[in-house]
Design a protein around this ligand. Sequence first.
Ligand SMILES: *Cc1c(COP(=O)(O)O)cnc(C)c1O
Length: 440
Amino acid sequence: MIVTENKEMICENLKRSSDGELCFADMPLSPLAEKYGTPLYLYDEARVRHNCRVYLDAVREGFGEDARVMYASKAASFKQLYRIIKEEGLGVDVVSCGEIYTAHLAGFPLQNAYFHSNNKTDDDIDFAISHGVGCFVVDNAEELFAIDKIAAKHGIRQKIMLRITPGIDPHTYAAVATGKVDSKFGSAIETGQAKAITSLALTFDNLELTGFHCHVGSQIFDAEVYLATSKVMLGFVNDMERELGFICRDLDIGGGLGVRYIESQPTLDIKATVLKVGEEMKKEVARLGIALPRISLEPGRSIVADAGLTLYTVGTVKRIPGYKTYVSVDGGMTDNPRFALYGSPYTILPVFDDESIPRESCSVVGRCCESGDILQENVPMPTDIERGDLLACLTTGAYHYSMASNYNRIPRPPVVMLKDGESYVAVKRESLEDIVGLDV
Ligand SMILES: *Cc1c(COP(=O)(O)O)cnc(C)c1O
């Protein structure tokens, strides 16, 4: 595993001031809570830009100057983020009309977008073509017919890539015969469906097949997964060239690089990982005697996760003697459903802390009428924690705002960006009027 050590804080953009206050992007957190209220999503703009640059430098060095980074915008999607991604020179992945529309309104050049989804409706396809989305990542054969028909109506030839299932299990780090072939996404190499769809895709007048795509999983820390995946994919590229005469121009090997949520997880060295994959891919194409296609990566989480932090205010603190202590906050599964969905680990810290106060293990819970509304279990909290204290949940830039809901008719928190010691609103706090806005 390629990791760097950072024992003090799990993210580089966090520190504690001498008076014990937590600072994010060099800004103390309590004045931000006061100014914008809680719960509050904060983003460190410099960190987003830094992560974009690390990726872009790495792919250019690892795969060649034409290599691309497509930010998987399902991780966090709002106009200002598309503007930043555009300025940094990345492309984007979109998966819905909502994401396409947001990117469009932000002035994002949609020719630099890939349109994913395992089930694109005819309306989605029409909307994406109307907005000039550069490339469709086609999941299945039915979709080929639908896109061809709608592209014909628009009088265009739509660029497409095919989503292929390489049969890699990201948790065992190995290519396996059957594992992951049963995915709801893509066409499997193992079953012959990948070859069949490639052959079929070449028969449409209004579709231009440029290459292949895969994405094997998420929160991956081991470069071996990408080495195994790219080897299988290059083998497939080679087979399609020999068997069908199809020259693959674009190969996307997906996203999924892991980020550090808790101390026991490593910090992945993105650059070293990408360079290693690049080196092995170059060796593999030389061995196979084919050209290296233009490579793209599509990270989501690792672009934005450590650029985000959520601030909460503590409400009820409930001690059940002999059982447990609950610390309730003014947010919960509505702004962070990830513990409820997959038991995701998080680091939650008091904004003001005095290390001399003893700790007790607490469950940090939300305010929803749902016992699964838990942000984290077994969180060490100072024993004097009380109503009105501020808590920070770290590494919340990915899959938080984008997964937020209005369950219990709770308005979603605002998104506030931090830049050069200043703050600005990127998404406003929802009001009660917004909550009832569509009711008739
Ligand atoms: C979710 C997803 C990604 C991004 O995954 P991360 O773990 O956020 O990096 C990339 N590509 C596809 C097709 C995805 O579904």
